[in-house]
Design a protein around this ligand. Structure first.
Ligand SMILES: *[C@@H]1O[C@H](CO)[C@@H](O)[C@H](O)[C@H]1NC(C)=O
Ligand SMILES: *[C@@H]1O[C@H](CO)[C@@H](O)[C@H](O)[C@H]1NC(C)=O
Ligand SMILES: *[C@@H]1O[C@H](CO)[C@@H](O)[C@H](O)[C@H]1NC(C)=O
Ligand SMILES: *[C@@H]1O[C@H](CO)[C@@H](O)[C@H](O)[C@H]1NC(C)=O
Ligand SMILES: *[C@@H]1O[C@H](CO)[C@@H](O)[C@H](O)[C@H]1NC(C)=O
Ligand SMILES: *[C@@H]1O[C@H](CO)[C@@H](O)[C@H](O)[C@H]1NC(C)=O
Ligand SMILES: *[C@@H]1O[C@H](CO)[C@@H](O)[C@H](O)[C@H]1NC(C)=O
Length: 300
């Protein structure tokens, strides 16, 4: 009985090693190459002197497919065999054994191995992992509305029309987007949602889509829709129309009123400041308050 358990344990250990070993080797030696779809990829050879080499082989473990032999070459006899289906689009360098593949497609993705048998029976192995990429292009941002009302939610959806293995990120006014309670990113960062949108959310937003070979972006200018209907009285304060603009006008009036009172007491101030107080022309009975003309227009 214990003998059988030992067998099982040994078997399990072997299985474990069989799965583990190739990975360990890959981590140490495999180079990564990213190339654009339908372009040319150069798989590096070696700088060994050909006179010390018995045989050279290129083969590939294509993603999710069988292992394919691409070519074998023996420098001594100058014999070369190239797989029929690769003959038209690979170039092999006899001096350094590099392999050039033209017109790569997604079916070329995988790990390419160069095995060199030396005359002294030693062996050199080099691996290159090839990933085919379509560059990012045509980045779009869509949303239900471009000019939302204050307090509403709005979602911006970003999408690169072309491009593989893309990741998304967002900027506001060229800075990384500050993530707060009211700005929510989808899991893949492609969608940005504003909850209870406020004046402070107004600005220029940029979606950046990128992959290892390229990046693209699209800008979106977020504005708020001005309220047109009848608003409750409190919305004339911080929240609603005229909001900050209203405050600016009040301050402006106070400012120009103070200027005028000062000027009447002390002469010789600059004309420029005085000229800027254009609102002076509008009839006002009381300089300290919001111009009545403006309020009347809003309340209608
Ligand atoms: C690949 O590129 C060649 C020219 O470089 C072009 O003629 C061909 O149409 C392209 N194929 C694809 C699938 O894009
Ligand atoms: C090997 O030779 C090819 C063609 O002659 C060249 O393009 C490549 O840069 C060379 N070097 C290596 C390390 O493969
Ligand atoms: C390779 O080695 C041989 C002899 O060992 C030498 O004659 C030859 O010049 C070497 N070739 C290169 C390219 O280094
Ligand atoms: C040659 O390449 C084709 C296509 O990749 C593959 O199906 C075939 O098995 C290869 N031949 C050998 C001998 O590996
Ligand atoms: C905005 O989203 C929040 C959270 O998802 C939700 O509670 C709220 O009802 C939404 N508001 C509107 C106006 O749709
Ligand atoms: C976010 O919400 C939490 C809980 O609702 C609150 O404690 C926190 O102060 C909020 N942070 C900001 C920046 O508004
Ligand atoms: C989403 O963006 C944040 C930064 O805003 C980043 O830390 C995170 O890694 C991104 N997630 C994905 C899946 O790209």
């Amino acid at each position: 009985m214990p003998w059988e358990t030992l067998h099982e344990m040994l078997f399990a250990l072997l299985l474990y090693l069989a799965c583990l070993l190739p990975e360990v080797m890959m981590d140490q030696k495999t180079k990564e190459v990213y190339c654009r779809f339908n372009t040319t990829v150069l798989l590096m050879g070696t700088n060994l002197n050909a006179s010390s080499i018995f045989n050279v082989e290129w083969h590939a473990q294509l993603n999710g497919r069988e292992k394919v032999s691409i070519l074998t070459y023996s420098p001594g006899s100058n014999n070369i065999y190239i797989n029929e289906s690769y003959r038209k689009r690979v170039v092999f360098a006899h001096m350094n054994f590099s392999l050039t593949i033209h017109y790569v497609t997604f079916s070329d993705e995988g790990v390419y191995t160069l095995t060199i048998q030396l005359l002294n029976n030693q062996q050199q192995i080099g691996r290159t992992k090839v990933t085919v990429i379509i560059p990012v292009s045509n980045v779009h941002i869509t949303s239900e509305t471009s000019v939302p009302h204050q307090g509403k939610n709005i979602t911006l959806n970003c999408l690169g029309m072309a491009g593989t293995a893309m990741s998304y990120s967002w900027q506001k006014c060229n800075q990384p987007l500050p993530i707060g309670n009211r700005t929510i990113l989808s899991k893949d960062n492609a969608s940005l949602t504003f909850i209870n949108i406020q004046q402070s959310d107004i600005g220029n937003y940029r979606c950046v889509a990128q992959n290892v070979l390229s990046s693209g972006h699209k800008d979106f200018i977020l504005q708020l829709c001005a309220e047109t209907g009848v608003s409750p009285w409190w919305s004339y304060g911080i929240y609603g129309y005229p909001g900050y603009l209203g405050y600016a006008i009040v301050l402006f009036y106070i400012f120009s009123w103070v200027k005028r009172t000062r000027k009447s007491s002390s002469k010789g101030q600059s004309d420029a400041i005085y000229e800027n107080t254009a609102f002076e022309n509008t009839p006002t009975n009381n300089g300290k308050r919001v111009p009545p003309v403006y309020i009347r227009h809003i309340k209608k």
